[in-house]
Ligand binder design. Structure first.
Ligand SMILES: Nc1ncnc2c1ncn2[C@@H]1O[C@H](COP(=O)(O)OP(=O)(O)OP(=O)(O)O)[C@@H](O)[C@H]1O
Length: 394
């Protein structure tokens, strides 16, 4: 099993070997390690079920032991999400140059035949959605307040780096708990950045992947497909509230009006009772002032008007105490329930929501080429489907 840097003249994947156009494109690519399919197959024990650690919208993820002794997460992109070698390698080259303590490191990739495989640094403690927010708290990790605070600040730093330091800036598009992985020290690492661009554009209409997960979606992105860094900041705000409260953004078992965590946060903020939202499992062992400050930052990040959301570098400063929060800027957040007129119903008709008794849902949206149809389609783990036409005037 050999790992070698990708550069023109060295061994290249068979699909690219005799195509001069692709060779030319790849000649500028220096930093990407190319793995052969065979070595990833060996590393993952033939992509065995025992090594399968996850299934996402892009495809399956396997744990693997590389020849150099490093553990890797091997993400095999599904056939629909593959594209030409040239486009794929161009994006991979961008991603592989990005290094930050709070971003998952891409080791390299494999582009043999129709295979498109990404190889990442393996992170021992799974994702925030499976640990902190997992149903019945499926992990043994106890997230004390200090750990939560460190996680929030780490994610903010990683996103600030993508938004403000990487050139050209990267909009993540899918900030959510399942895209925050934890290493052995519980340092948070944002995963899947840059991946949305790997999806061919014709898939954006039907894909459940590219447009984020409902509940984290900024209103302007959900309704008009208007994607800027401010949409990521909105999603980060939702995630911040989730981490402080230990609750998923949506809980359809709660009465209408309390199902979306932002609604509750806003209600409690108005009543000056934000502290009631802090995770009860902390049993009072937390810095109340800091926790409430984090929730207020969450509200600022989720303001309906995107201009009112602070840039991520300011968010980092507010969370670390280097900058004060201007409370006069906190108004009602953009609430998904306001524009979707969500109703939870047992029967299923077109335009209705169908629930299957889950405490949360995980559907995604996309807009069509005219930008006037929004559909929320079920993804692999989805319990809710929703399709509606929306009014252009919204
Ligand atoms: N670098 C990694 N180290 C350890 N586990 C990982 C790594 N990357 C992914 N995983 C595991 O694989 C799962 C699936 O990851 P993936 O990013 O493909 O999908 P997702 O984020 O869960 O869902 P979606 O594709 O809808 O965003 C993760 O939840 C995590 O458990």
């Amino acid at each position: 099993m050999t790992c070698f840097p990708f550069s023109f003249g060295r061994k290249v994947p068979s699909v690219a070997r005799h195509n001069p156009d692709i060779d030319e494109e790849l000649s500028g690519i220096q930093n990407v390690r190319i793995f052969t399919y065979k070595e990833l197959r060996v590393a993952s024990d033939n992509f065995s079920q025992a090594n399968k650690i996850g299934q996402g919208g892009f495809g399956s993820v396997y744990k693997g032991l590389l020849k150099d002794g490093k553990l890797a997460a091997i993400k095999v992109l599904s056939a629909e999400s593959t594209q030409g070698v040239k486009e794929f390698m161009t994006e991979i080259n961008v991603i592989s140059e990005i290094e930050h303590e709070n971003l998952v490191k891409l080791y390299g990739c494999c582009v043999e035949g129709n295979n498109r495989i990404l190889v990442y640094n393996y992170l021992e403690n799974n994702s925030l959605s499976q640990t902190l927010l997992g149903s019945g708290h499926s992990s043994n990790i106890f997230f004390d307040w200090k750990t939560r605070s460190r996680i929030c600040i780490g994610i903010a730093r990683g996103l600030s780096y993508l938004h403000e330091e990487v050139r050209p800036h990267i909009v993540h598009r899918d900030i959510k708990a399942s895209n925050i992985l934890l290493d052995k020290n519980l340092t948070p690492k944002i995963s899947d950045f840059g991946l949305a661009k790997l999806i061919p554009s014709y898939m954006t209409h039907v894909s459940t992947r590219v447009a984020g997960t409902i509940g984290y979606l900024a209103p302007e992105y959900a309704l008009r497909g208007h994607l800027t860094r401010k949409a990521d900041i909105y999603s980060f705000g939702v995630l911040l509230v989730e981490i402080v409260s230990g609750r998923c953004h949506t809980n359809t078992l709660l009465p209408i009006g309390e199902q979306f965590i932002l609604e509750t946060t806003w209600e409690l903020y108005q009543r000056r009772e934000l502290v009631a939202l802090v995770d009860a499992s902390l049993e009072g062992h937390f810095d109340a002032e800091e926790a409430c400050k984090f929730l207020k930052v969450g509200l600022l990040c989720t303001q309906d008007t995107s201009k009112l959301r602070p840039p991520m570098s300011s968010v980092v400063k507010m969370l670390t105490g280097e900058m004060d929060i201007d409370e006069s800027k906190i108004t009602k957040p953009g609430l998904i329930s306001d524009f979707m007129d969500l109703k939870i119903r047992g029967d299923k008709k077109d335009g209705d929501i169908e629930t299957k008794g889950s405490s949360s849902y995980n559907a995604s949206s996309a807009s069509d080429s005219q930008g006037n149809t929004m559909s929320f389609a079920a993804s692999t783990s989805t319990t809710t489907t929703f399709t509606r036409k929306y009014d252009q005037s919204l």
